[in-house]
Design a protein around this ligand. Sequence first.
Ligand code: ZN
Length: 57
Amino acid sequence: MKIPEAEVRLFNRVFICRKCKAKVRASTPRIKAKLIVCPKCKSRNFRPKVKEKRIAK
Ligand SMILES: [Zn+2]
């Protein structure tokens, strides 16, 4: 893997609300467990800002 750790730290935990496109920083397990709620619209639908390359492999 040639991804610098700093880059992972910056992008891997940033999610975008599917409704209002608010940026939310949280850890992936919490997003998947629906523990994170959008501060703006209260939606629980998020998508990762950057695709996770590890999973795609
Ligand atoms: Zn939202």
